[in-house]
Design a protein around this ligand. Structure first.
Ligand code: NAD
Length: 278
């Protein structure tokens, strides 16, 4: 009898799932998500998007005061949140971040490894870029994303389920111009290919690893006065004739965090208003 009851239960829950339809599958109710670099810009928007989709959200950043504010904003919307200070370039820090989140919320289902840096310059200065800048770019944008995937992957692989979404950049695929940044471009190319490698490695173990690659986004990263003329050129050369708004990236994250993307592994989702088409 208990076998029959179990079967009826399974059929009912399957029916419930079908009843919810495709939109129901975007519902991330009760899932635990983390976002690094969540103190501002793209990461802050991703944290709000995941929270609105039903997640409990850990917002993680080097600048603790920023994520304290974001966590308070999420809490004001009724979204359970946690602010964590982390330097993603430090492996121990990253492991402590994952532990703090699992201790607080009991699990980790979705991880957006979004923290990244660029040393802005209007010069193409590869001949004399300070070694410290080259190394810090790699430490945050490449090593940092790997340490995050590793610590999150350890937890997710144990339970055979999880969604990891890295923020790479279209600069990982093309050489952006007129401002060529070899360190940034190389770090993002590494991020894209590492995502593909981990995506393949963990594909049959229930963990999806994918990345988004934004084009030029209207955030603090690009709002410096020195970049004003370059911003105008970017807009001219973008088929969509505008920079991306942070909200343009949120839908992709919800999709990649949802069961609808279970067959996506190592995907590099370029979201650039068509910039890389020309
Ligand atoms: P941002 O500078 O506005 O925000 C980045 C956040 O990351 C900041 O709050 C910062 O404190 C945090 N951070 C920096 N180093 C860190 C570290 N070591 N550990 C933890 N947190 C750290 O940047 P953004 O524009 O929101 O960019 C977010 C991501 O998107 C980055 O990876 C960036 O490379 C990528 N991206 C941005 C653009 C763009 O045009 N803005 C385009 C493509 C890709």
């Amino acid at each position: 009898l208990s076998k029959a009851q179990e079967l009826v239960g399974q059929i009912k829950s399957r029916q419930q799932l079908l009843d919810q339809g495709v939109l129901g599958k975007f519902n991330l109710d009760g899932k635990v998500a983390l976002v690094t670099g969540a103190g501002q810009g793209i990461g802050e928007a991703l944290a709000h998007g995941l929270g609105e989709a039903g997640c409990k959200v850990a917002v993680c950043d080097l600048e603790f005061s920023r994520v304290e504010r974001v966590a308070a904003d999420l809490a004001a919307k009724g979204i359970p949140s946690l602010a964590v200070k982390v330097d993603v370039s430090n492996k121990e820090d990253v492991e402590a971040m994952v532990k703090a989140i699992v201790d607080k919320f009991g699990d980790l289902d979705i991880a957006c490894n979004n923290a990244g840096i660029v040393y802005s310059t209007t010069e193409n200065h590869s001949v004399d870029i300070p070694q410290t800048q080259w190394e810090r770019t790699m430490a945050v944008n490449l090593n940092g994303v790997f340490y995050c995937c590793q610590a999150e992957g350890k937890h997710m692989l144990k339970k055979g389920k999880g969604k990891i979404i890295n923020t790479a950049s279209m600069s990982g695929t093309i050489v952006n111009h007129p401002q060529i940044q070899a360190a940034y471009n190389a770090s993002k190319a590494g991020c894209v290919h590492m995502t593909k490698s981990l995506g393949a490695e963990w594909a049959d173990r229930g963990v999806n690893v994918n990345c988004i690659s934004p084009g030029y986004v209207d955030t603090a990263l690009n709002r410096t006065e020195a970049l004003t003329p370059i911003r105008e050129q970017w807009i001219r050369e973008t088929p969509a004739k505008r920079l991306a708004d942070v909200q343009d990236l949120v839908g992709a994250i919800i999709y990649l965090a949802s069961p609808l993307s279970d067959y996506c592994n190592g995907l590099d989702m370029i979201i650039d208003g068509g910039f890389t088409l020309w």
